[in-house]
Design a protein around this ligand. Structure first.
Ligand SMILES: [Zn+2]
Length: 322
């Protein structure tokens, strides 16, 4: 990539926008379009991270690192310069497309009673919850037409993974949840693999911005678990989209002093509980208090609530957690 293409890339991704999309928020303004906030690159307790929105540069007085959005992506994602550039190019291209797709899926939801019925059966019943999570439905066979009509090229759709190599919608009969830089799809059909993501990173912890400020957070495996907890009033919940946390998610959990209640599935083969124990140890090593929540056998937080458990009962499980 030549100098000019790099400058163009940087112009199209303002540093502040990129930071905010990665859960950073400024703590206080300084003069001349400059802002201070907590450093997302090291464990920071008082704001030492300076962002200059006019020059599109950052500098941290704590860890002494600074630079432009590419430098930030290198440090934040722990990759080398060429990968950081590739990452940013992909992010620039995919973001508007994914937002458009998610909007289309939201419109489809209420046109398909089977989708609404499925949500109901999984405990997602209020419109407020559906809107909070931006839940939609991918019937299949019509996203491609909609997006190309809006001017998106077929190759861009393929690259984002929304359309298969031969040109069909990738998500068919799936409940969809928009994520940071991705879309998760849960199949309604037992014939298809239940869980799918678009290619690329699954992003950070789900709804981390809301959970982050709580001294105690609840970490669950799946979005349906997150949904019932939110509905029951546990707005300090977050979701790792699987039992394996990526480096970014782990860093988020450890970005300040807090207690993490790990409420993974209590499946018969014990894999959820083993993953929870293992995560608990690695959080403790990083100075974070972690407790593993024991759900009744064969339950996950979703089935616990769907089968009649209530907020008070779940609260006592949290209090009993080791
Ligand atoms: Zn720093």
């Amino acid at each position: 990539m030549n100098r000019q293409a790099l400058d163009e890339l940087k112009q199209q991704i303002p540093l502040m926008g990129y930071l905010q999309a990665h859960d950073w928020s400024p703590a206080r303004p300084l003069s001349g379009g400059r802002w201070m906030g907590l450093c997302p690159l090291h464990e920071d307790h008082k704001p030492s991270f300076l962002v200059d929105t006019n020059k599109d540069l950052f500098y941290c007085y704590g860890c002494g690192r600074g630079g432009d959005v590419i430098r930030f992506a290198e440090l934040y994602h722990q990759v080398k310069f060429p990968q950081a550039v590739a990452w940013l190019r992909q992010w620039r291209g995919a973001e508007p497309l994914l937002q458009e797709a998610a909007r289309f899926y939201r419109i489809q939801l209420h046109r398909h009673s089977e989708a609404v019925a499925y949500l109901y059966q999984r405990g997602i019943r209020s419109q407020a919850l559906i809107e909070h999570m931006g839940i939609g439905y991918a019937p299949g066979g019509c996203l491609r037409g909609w997006l190309t009509q809006l001017g998106h090229s077929l190759s861009a759709l393929r690259q984002a993974g929304l359309v298969t190599g031969v040109g069909y919608d990738a998500y068919v009969q799936r409940i969809v949840f928009p994520l940071e830089g991705n879309i998760y799809g849960r199949s309604l059909s037992p014939a298809a693999p239940p869980h799918r993501f678009l290619p690329g990173s699954k992003g950070g912890l789900y709804a981390w911005k809301q959970a982050q400020s709580h001294p105690e957070v609840i970490l669950v495996e799946g979005l349906f678990d997150y949904a019932v907890l939110w509905e029951a009033g546990f707005h300090n919940a977050t979701c790792s989209l699987g039992t394996h946390l990526n480096a970014h998610q782990l860093r988020q959990l450890c970005d300040g002093p807090r207690t993490v209640h790990i409420a993974f599935d209590a499946d018969g083969n014990g894999s959820g509980q083993r993953a929870a124990q293992c995560l608990s140890r690695s959080l403790q090593e990083r100075g974070i208090t972690a407790r593993v929540v024991s759900l009744p056998e064969d339950h996950d937080p979703n089935s616990f609530f769907v089968q009649g458990g209530d907020a008070r009962q779940f609260q006592s499980l949290l209090e009993e957690a080791q």
